[in-house]
Design a protein around this ligand. Sequence first.
Ligand code: 6R9
Length: 651
Amino acid sequence: MTPTPPSTYTPTEDFVQNAHVDAAKYDVLYAASIEDPEGFWREQGKRVDWIKPFTQVKDVSYDFGNVGIKWYADGTLNVAANCVDRHLAKRGDQTAIIWEPDDPKDPAQHITYKDLHTSVCKMANVLETLGVSKGDRVVIYMPMIPEAAYAMLACARVGAIHSIVFAGFSPDALAARINGCDAKLVITADEAPRGGKKTPLKTNADAALSQCADAVQCLVVRRTGGDVPWNDARDRDYSKLSEGANLTHTPAEMNAEDPLFILYTSGSTGQPKGVVHTTGGYLVYASLTQEVTFDYHDGDVYWCTADVGWVTGHSYIVYGPLANGATTVMFEGVPTYPDASRFWQVCEKHKVNQFYTAPTAIRALMGQGNEFVEKCDLSSLRLLGTVGEPINPEAWTWYNDIVGGGRCPIVDTWWQTETGGHLMTPLPGAHATKPGSAMKPFFGIEPVVLDPASGDEITGNDVEGVLCIKDSWPGQMRTVWGDHDRFEKTYFSDYKGYYFTGDGCRRDADGDYWITGRVDDVINVSGHRMGTAEVESALVAHATVAEAAVVGYPHDIKGQGIYCYVTLMNGETPSEELRKELRTWVRSEIGPIASPDVIQWAPGLPKTRSGKIMRRILRKIAENDYGALGDTSTLADPSVVDDLIANRAET
Ligand code: 6R9
């Protein structure tokens, strides 16, 4: 018989002794951060170097119709100077970035802060040669190579706003993002090796750019040296331009509230929105959370396995760790190439101390068997982290026992693209953890649980509802690029006076928090956020499709899978080929991450008399949970439900 695992896990005495924050300190600091946010964040603002120090700390209104969020608004600084230059005196020869390539036979690179400085300055000078200056937008569409980090920091250095597009996105998705922010320049690479395969990034970029203004230039970094199409009018070769580039560069003086980056993310309606983060508050928040949540100490080697195309890569591969003078690992590959031991081999090879990944990767690796972990020496590991979706207790326990050898605290960090950094997580030296719980609010964060119907706050413990945040924190997004009304409507209109997260949550009997998943039409596939509306609009853009409804369903590895109900145009016949074609179509419209797992032909969709699709019912059918269909009496034609159940596709 397997013994029942404990319900809480306490950090070791040794860990607590050496931690930045223990239980007593958390209580004091948390209370101070809530009682006197001005004072708390004034102090934390000193984490970064200011060109002109701030005098104002917080200037925030959550009033719908008048939402405005500013932190440190009269200070000036440069993010690249904070992430690179200010470390040169003390740690110029320390490794800033350890780059581990896709193929383990290729050598890793150890990039010191001095090297980083030279590379970022060179790229900043190249950007300026290409006419990029303060406030311009630059789209980055890159593999996980050091040049991706140089590009981010070079943009920050010249004051340009970057918008990274994940290299797995299709040309159409890339084009929409280039046009969405009127980018002046796209930075890409010839090809992106990943898991032994190559994605033709430059060719994708060409296809995207054919849908954009002629004036948009394309800067190409050589990764594989593979042959790529070339257009002299538009394309610029980074290796040539950087050859003679100056090795120093004076960083631009930016206001704390100047935008640092735009990052597109999915919502429940319409097209993805451009989340805008600014300079000062974001950096303070990314830096503080990186140090405290991961209990990062000088000399540690820290590895976040995310891609820089997601917010986790922004805050916890590049900006947070580098602001702290850390050594951060950047990994080009995937967890299962050449085999399921890769993550653990990289941990062994670089003696990683803090390891941060997604539940979907943990579940996939757990399924491969313990021998892939056990053959590696993981004694350097001191802390483990997860992010992106709720983690199921089985995966948590495996991660704890097999990967962490039972001695590494696990930080289950809940946050969002919008929040810039962790909002809820256990602090590893302060809190006992519970498998599946994000546990406690970070400093300055006041979570509230609201009744979704009345919008009233539910007080006390052992309660469940929608999760909102009462007040602002410095890392919060400031607006939706080009659409402030959408920002207010999405986050501040349903529950007045609060930031609405879109997540549901439970506060248990001890007052600890459990995220229960999205309460809107956003699904989470392998930790990637996707609006069901995006997949639906891709499907209906196909000539054979009349109507489509998309829902998530539980998937063992991905967390959620994509289940599509498709109504074909009159005269079209369902077939296996058409199913395949629709899958390929969605991949080409959005990208492989949006590939439908299941397509069910639906002669009719369950609609109310006013024509609204009742997704609740579709979700239940996809989940194979007919007993709980609920009230179907408001349907215009209840018989469609029977047909859908009878023809449910296997999941
Ligand atoms: C950082 C990131 C945000 C959504 C969020 C929530 C889910 C993230 C989680 C989690 C449970 C965690 N989410 N972390 N759910 N436990 N530890 O993932 O940003 O891509 O914007 O996704 O992901 O639903 O609202 P993003």
